[in-house]
Each structure stands twice: as structure tokens, then as C-alpha cells.
Design a protein around this ligand. Structure first.
Ligand SMILES: Cc1cc2nc3c(=O)[nH]c(=O)nc-3n(C[C@H](O)[C@H](O)[C@H](O)COP(=O)(O)OP(=O)(O)OC[C@H]3O[C@@H](n4cnc5c(N)ncnc54)[C@H](O)[C@@H]3O)c2cc1C
Length: 345
């Protein structure tokens, strides 16, 4: 039985694994996809809103080639470097399907059921993130082949009519990028105006200018009634009116939901409107003794983002201190939260 199993190799799971390398504990680490699968799934060439020093991990500086905020591709390369530097033995393509606490009378710890067999560990840390599924809007036609919940390449929409649904950063950025790639973009948002705090500061002014100059067609206060091959029907939520919008493809960029299966199988209580795991904020241990949560997984399903990479580094310090009884070694955990006075939620 291993002393500790980390589930998930995103930035925070990696930072925790690096911080535990000199702990003397036997640590296992499994990842359902590739290294940092959540980042892999971003649209290509996404630029982080966080500055490099805030998303660097494990004491390894993140240096971008032009000193700007990192691109997805730069951050993935950086994370590969960190894992190589610490020689972290992560098992990729191993999905944890259930976590069962074992009664003390039977030896204690956890029986962890994975896609590659059963593992046993005295403690488990869930660093599984919060972006496991897309928030569906539940309209007829949502599963048609020309409808997608994620932007891949703006290029794919060149000289095509594209309907984007959503009004936060993903939708705003996709509208801008696809417009620049030659798409004819219509943006439907259920609110009257954008939430300025939810959109990257370098995206919003240009988006507003393009809308003002009718280069991007903005339909505020609208919701999707139904999607069809070649067109969508939108309904106004302020008056009794429907609009037919021609669309060769549709991007529903309406956010993500967290898969609760692992919390539920382990007996973790879920709290609040986000259904966040119940945990001790000083140790990150859940109501199930020996089961911890690190990273954005601790926030549950985030409607407005409260936890990001930059304010999750502290989870690593707390977990290391609780499981080893020692503070984390100096320099192996990013101090952005302390430096910038970031709130933890
Ligand atoms: C387009 C986009 C831009 C973003 N920009 C920023 C930004 O600028 N700054 C910022 O701080 N955040 C940003 N985010 C959010 C950012 O991705 C998360 O904050 C970050 O990835 C959280 O790190 P994490 O390690 O907690 O979880 P994740 O990176 O989500 O890692 C979780 C890992 O766990 C794995 N996993 C999940 N379930 C299982 C399972 N059952 N078994 C095994 N493995 C599993 C996943 O495959 C994944 O690799 C952005 C998100 C998107 C979509």
C-alpha cells in the first residue's frame, strides 16, 4: 500500500508531487489523460490571463520568449520541463473511477478503482480540477454534428457563419479570434451586457469596438430556443420574440461542470451552490479522514471563478504540512498568493 496517491496531473497535482519528492513518503500519481489534460483541451494558442510568475510551480521559473503572458503551448512545454526536472513518475491514461475508504478494522486507507486496476493507498489527494464536462444548455439540436462546446482552431470557421453562445471570457475571446480568422460571427448572450470582470482586459475593448462597427453581430438578452442544420432559433428574454439566425456551425461556450463521482463514492459531503467538497481549509482534508482535495477541485463547479492556479499553490503547502508534519521546503511552492495578497476563494 502506498503512503499517498495523487489523482490528477494538472499544475497543482504536479506541484504537490514535486513538493513531496523529498518527504520520504511513497507517492503514486495517476492522470486520466495526458500531462495537464485540462490545459491540452484549451483552444490552441490561448494566452493566460495570469502572469507567468503566478502560474509557475515547484520553484521553476516560467520564462516566456517575449516576456508576455504564457501561451497554452508555452505552459505545456514548461510543465513537461518541471516533470522532467523532478523526474515525477506519473501514470498517464489511468482514470480513477471510484474511491472506497477501507474500515480501520480491515487495514484502513483507500481502495482506489482505476481504469488500469485497483490501487491501495493510505491517503489520497484529489487534484482533479473542475472542468470535466461542458455546461449543457438543454435545447433541441445541442448534439447535432455542427454544434460544439469547445473552440479548437479559429481557422476552421474561415468564411463560415458562426453562432457563438455565451458572454464570458471563452465566448468573447472565441468571437474575436474567429472574426480575425475570417468567420462571420454572431454572438448570443442571455444578459444585457458583458460582465467586464469576467473578460480579459485586452479582449473586451476590441470586442466592443467590433460590435459597435457591426463587424461582430451581438444579440444580447437572447437564449437558444433550438438548433438546426444551417440555422438557430433564438428567443428574446425581454420580449415575446424569436429570431432565426443562419449558422454553419455553433459554439456553445457556456462553461464547465465538475464530475462529482469520486467525491460521492468516497463519501465526501458536497456543500453550497457549487457542490464543493466539505473540507478543513487549514489542511485541505475532507470530511473523510485521509482524503484531501487540492487545486480548483476544491471549488466544486465554479459559476464565477474563485479558484485559479495562482491562489491554489497554498493547498500544496497545507497538505504537505499535514501529511508530513513538516513545513514545505523553501522555494518549491509558488508564493504568489502571499506576494500579491490573493484571497483563497
Ligand atoms: C481557456 C482557459 C483559460 C484559462 N486561463 C487560466 C489562467 O489564465 N489562469 C488560471 O489560473 N487559470 C486559468 N484557467 C483555469 C485553469 O485551467 C485551471 O485553473 C487549472 O488548470 C487548475 O489546475 P488544477 O491542477 O487544479 O486542475 P486541472 O488543471 O484541471 O488538472 C486536473 C487533472 O486531473 C485529471 N483528472 C480529472 N479526473 C480524473 C480522474 N478521475 N482520474 C485521473 N485523473 C483525473 C485531469 O485529466 C486533469 O489533467 C483557464 C481555463 C481555460 C479553459
Amino acid at each position: 500500500m502506498q503512503d499517498l496517491l495523487i489523482v490528477g496531473a494538472g499544475p497543482i497535482g504536479i506541484e504537490l508531487a514535486a513538493a513531496l519528492t523529498r518527504s520520504g513518503l511513497s507517492v503514486g500519481h495517476v492522470e486520466a489523460g495526458a500531462l495537464a489534460q485540462t490545459v491540452v483541451d484549451y483552444p490552441k494558442r490561448t494566452r493566460y490571463f495570469s502572469s507567468p510568475d503566478r502560474i509557475a510551480i515547484a520553484g521553476v521559473p516560467l520564462v516566456t520568449f517575449n516576456n508576455e503572458k504564457a501561451l497554452r503551448e508555452e505552459y505545456l512545454a514548461y510543465l513537461r520541463g518541471v516533470v522532467t526536472r523532478y523526474d515525477l513518475p506519473i501514470a498517464y491514461g489511468v482514470r480513477v473511477e471510484a474511491i472506497r475508504p477501507v474500515p480501520e478494522a480491515d487495514g484502513g486507507g483507500f481502495r482506489v478503482e482505476t481504469s488500469a486496476g485497483v490501487r491501495e493507498a493510505k491517503r489520497v489527494v484529489l487534484a482533479i480540477g473542475d472542468m470535466h464536462g461542458f455546461r449543457r444548455i438543454g435545447c433541441p439540436g445541442e448534439d447535432l454534428p455542427h454544434v460544439s462546446h469547445r473552440l479548437d482552431e479559429p481557422h476552421l470557421h474561415f468564411r463560415r457563419r458562426l453562432l457563438i453562445v455565451g458572454g464570458k471570457n471563452s465566448a468573447a475571446e472565441a468571437a474575436l479570434r474567429c472574426h480575425h480568422a475570417g468567420a462571420e460571427v454572431t454572438l448570443s448572450y442571455r444578459q444585457a451586457a458583458f460582465d467586464e470582470d469576467a473578460i480579459k482586459y485586452w479582449v473586451l475593448p476590441e470586442l466592443k469596438a467590433l460590435i459597435r462597427h457591426r463587424k461582430i453581430h451581438f444579440l444580447p438578452n437572447t437564449e437558444v430556443a433550438s438548433l438546426h442544420e444551417g440555422h438557430a432559433v433564438l428567443r428574446s428574454n425581454v420580449q415575446d420574440q424569436q429570431t432565426r439566425v443562419r449558422a454553419d456551425s455553433v459554439l456553445l461556450l457556456t462553461g464547465y461542470v465538475q464530475d462529482k463521482t469520486l467525491f460521492e463514492t468516497a463519501g465526501v459531503r458536497l456543500e453550497g451552490e457549487n457542490h464543493a467538497p466539505a473540507l478543513d481549509k487549514d489542511t485541505m482534508e475532507t470530511n473523510v479522514p485521509g482524503l484531501y482535495v487540492a487545486g480548483t477541485a476544491a471549488a466544486g463547479t465554479q459559476n464565477a471563478f474563485q479558484l485559479f492556479i495562482e491562489n491554489c499553490h497554498r493547498h500544496v503547502e497545507k497538505i504537505v504540512r499535514h501529511v508530513t508534519g513538516e513545513p514545505v521546503a523553501e522555494g518549491v511552492v509558488n508564493q504568489a498568493a502571499q506576494t500579491y495578497g490573493l484571497a483563497e476563494s
